[in-house]
Design a protein around this ligand. Structure first.
Ligand code: PRP
Length: 197
């Protein structure tokens, strides 16, 4: 039994991820002035794998830092309520900041982070997300760099989890209904609010 057996469909394979990340890295490197030393902020945990590949493709000098957020609960009532679990070490006043996310779904997490960080007076504040799932968007958030638009599937892999597992899959996949049933216990995760990532 392999973890791959718990995936019903590969939505984005590993070569496609790497090719797109190379393009994103080139675009970011061209957009920021060479001496602007942008700060790439990885939003843990889901973006850890994306950040580690993206930073290798950004060819201008830059720094990295980390933040972690967590949604309260899992039900519909929790929409928009985001908890800060880990804050930046860096003082971002006057710095060019690029938030690096694995997925923007309802938009609550990015909305929260943009509002929080803008109070710290960065020189610029942009968002780079590997995946954009607009179907369930509740917050109108500006996305500057998007890897892939995806349909309203529950997705796992390449940093995105189901019940904190399967983040290590090297591709973006759709879990089998049996896996969802086993780990979450109901089918709500497919189009409900037990969101991945
Ligand atoms: C996931 C994902 C994004 C957020 C997107 O994080 O990594 O940060 O949800 O959802 P939203 O657009 O509906 O806010 P999660 O809170 O599950 O934590 P994790 O990254 O540690 O898995």
């Amino acid at each position: 039994m392999s973890m791959h057996d718990d995936v019903s469909q590969i939505l984005i394979d590993s070569p496609s991820l790497q090719a797109r990340i190379r393009q994103l890295g080139a675009q970011i490197s061209a957009d920021y002035p060479p001496d602007s030393r942008p700060l790439l902020v990885c939003i843990l945990k889901g973006a850890y794998m994306f950040l580690s590949d993206l930073t290798k493709e950004v060819t201008i000098p830059h720094k990295v830092d980390f933040m972690a957020t967590s949604a309260y609960g899992g039900g519909l009532d929790s929409r928009g309520v985001v908890r800060l679990v880990l804050d930046l070490e860096t003082n971002i006043r006057g710095r060019h900041v690029l938030l690096v996310e694995d997925i923007v779904d309802h938009g609550a997490t990015i909305n929260y982070l943009l509002r929080l960080l803008s109070t710290r007076n960065p020189a610029s504040l942009r968002v780079c997300t590997l995946l954009n799932k607009p179907a369930r968007r509740e917050f109108d958030v500006p996305l500057d760099y998007i890897g892939f638009e995806i349909p309203d599937h529950f997705v796992i892999g390449y940093g995105l989890d189901i019940d904190e597992m399967y983040r290590n899959l090297p591709y973006i996949g759709v879990p089998t209904s049996e896996l969802i049933e086993r780990l979450i216990g109901h089918q709500g995760g497919i189009d409900g609010d037990d969101k991945p990532g």
